[in-house]
Ligand binder design. Structure first.
Ligand SMILES: Cc1ncc(COP(=O)(O)O)c(C=O)c1O
Length: 508
């Protein structure tokens, strides 16, 4: 049984109180591979990749899904082989990530290229290798990609990243028409009131929700069954006047008009105009990270479906795929929630079906790009404890929960912000545990800090640790599999720790 639910499933605490991974003690791993050490449970990654791919396929059983692993969260050839072995594609953002993925044997047709500032060399490699999608991030990119594809005598598959005006994750999501950020192309022009596009719920209500049943009011639709023969209320074009077009249709037209005048549709048109060199495979949105439920994805999906309908009306081109990005949350501490992907993807799928029924559109292929959800809980970082310092605090100091705190115990370890920048960068929360012995029953409130020359070099803001913690102990911080190693630096000329993969097959 796992140490707690946030630790890898094959972690445990043995009879001596030592933390083990697939039977390897934390102490033995540190002895063999050095400290600090990134421990990555490869079986856990495989299981989580399989669970996500399956959850998406089951939720969207009536359409095609594919899931790309966001390699920015963790990258190594072995991990890419594991996730692609479970049917995942790989999302890359730089030449380095592309080269590692290709070097791992992932074929171009399973690769995605993102980036708000792609170099010509990156685009050329993606076109040469026949990437599944090159995600266009700005209006000048289609022409650049087309020129490169033309020169190479290839046709590049492209998708457009759209900023839909929904932000989610660390903060409450807010809606703005025109976003002040570097990624993607806006759905609406600056200054347009975003409420004009919020029509999908009304349309879904009109259509009777999941299953898309008509209430029989629309022209030419069944008006209820009489025996086995449905009755139709027929109208002819010359019967139609403005009053015959209902309120919802007026709103839909207003919404589509706003979208059709927005930057995103302009770029989609530009891509279509470059048809000999570019194949438009879909639209993409990524709304944030650490998202706990489907709510914000649902809002984004509704806007994306509206864009797809507008694109169809404006250009007669049916966008085959809608990629809803990554951002699925994990629990970093025992009292946080993780996203239940099975349940939330099912909620999302129901709305995608309803929205497309209400819009009179066939469902697109749906894709996702999780990173953190796949790898974060598979990683644990091991450190060796150095200085343990008790610091008396000024009267009135409160702990993170708002309780008075007289002293703080600073536990310094041999790594820090160079191997995990997230607490310093985002104030991210982690917890820690003594990993080489049981420790005393009595505990102290500790702050785990690194060895770098920054007072913000904090790994765990506050957590209970045994009061007898001492120099030489091994400390383990769980849920460090995502954005630790890939964001690591050599600050203070520290070396980036080794990564050891543990699994049923052993440690490597
Ligand atoms: C475009 C895109 N897709 C996917 C991801 C992965 O996000 P996460 O690791 O939160 O799932 C990111 C992360 O920043 C991203 O920018």
């Amino acid at each position: 049984m796992a140490v707690t639910s946030i630790w890898p499933e094959a972690s445990a605490v043995d009879e001596r109180g030592e933390v083990t991974f697939h039977g390897h003690t934390a102490q033995s791993l540190v002895r063999e591979f050095g400290s600090p050490l990134y421990v990555v449970d490869t079986d856990e990654i495989r299981t989580r990749a399989r669970r996500f791919v399956r959850a998406a396929a089951e939720a969207f059983a009536h359409t095609t899904t594919h899931v790309s692993f966001a390699a920015k969260s963790f990258i190594s050839k072995e991990v890419l082989r594991l996730v692609t072995g479970e049917g995942m594609f790989v999302d890359t953002c730089t030449m380095g990530e592309m080269r590692i993925a290709l070097g791992a044997g992932v074929p171009g047709r399973r690769l995605v290229l993102h980036g708000n500032n792609k170099s010509d060399a990156e685009i050329e490699l993606a076109v040469r290798e026949g990437f599944a999608k090159i995600v266009v991030d700005s209006p000048d990119e289609p022409a650049r990609i087309a020129a490169i594809a033309h020169r190479l005598g290839k046709r590049a598959k492209v998708m457009l990243r759209v900023t839909v005006g929904i932000h989610a994750g660390g903060h409450e999501y807010i809606s703005t028409a025109h976003e002040d950020q570097k990624f993607g192309v806006g759905l609406l022009s600056a200054g347009v009131d975003p409420s004009v596009i919020d029509v999908i719920d009304r349309l879904i209500d009109h259509h009777g929700g999941h299953g898309g049943q008509s209430d029989g009011e629309a022209d030419g639709r069944p008006d209820g069954d009489v025996g086995s023969a449905p009755r139709y209320r027929m109208r002819y074009p010359y019967d139609l006047d403005r009053s015959a077009v209902d309120e919802d249709q007026h709103r839909l037209i207003a919404a589509m008009t706003a979208v059709s005048q927005g930057p995103a549709l302009g770029v989609l048109r530009a891509i279509l105009a470059l048809k000999p060199d570019l194949e438009l495979v879909g639209i993409h949105s990524h709304i944030g990270s650490q998202i706990h439920d489907a709510g914000a994805f649902i809002e984004a999906a509704k806007r994306m479906m509206l864009l797809r309908r507008t694109c169809y009306d404006a250009t007669a081109y049916m966008l085959p795929e809608v990629d809803l990005g990554g951002g699925f949350s994990v629990a970093y501490t025992d009292d946080e929630d993780a996203m239940d992907v099975g349940r939330e993807l099912a909620r999302l799928a129901a709305v995608v079906t309803d929205a497309n029924t209400a819009l009179g559109m066939p469902e697109p292929n749906i894709s996702f790009e999780p990173g953190r959800w796949i790898v974060a809980p598979a990683g644990v970082t091991l450190y060796t404890v150095g200085t343990v310092k008790h610091v008396a605090l000024p009267a009135g100091t409160l702990d993170r929960a708002g309780r008075p705190l007289a002293q703080r115990v600073y536990v310094s370890v041999d790594g820090g912000m160079s191997d995990n920048i997230r607490p310093a960068l985002y104030d991210a929360e982690y917890t820690a545990r003594l990993a080489n012995r049981a420790g005393s029953e009595t505990s102290m409130t500790a702050r785990v800090v690194g060895m770098h020359c920054e007072s913000g070099d904090i790994l765990v803001h506050e957590c209970p640790l045994p009061a007898d913690l001492r120099r030489g102990d091994v400390l383990a911080i769980p849920v460090t599999g995502a954005y630790g190693r890939t964001m690591a630096s050599n600050y203070n000329q520290a070396l980036i720790p080794a990564v050891v993969g543990v699994g049923e097959a052993g440690a490597m």
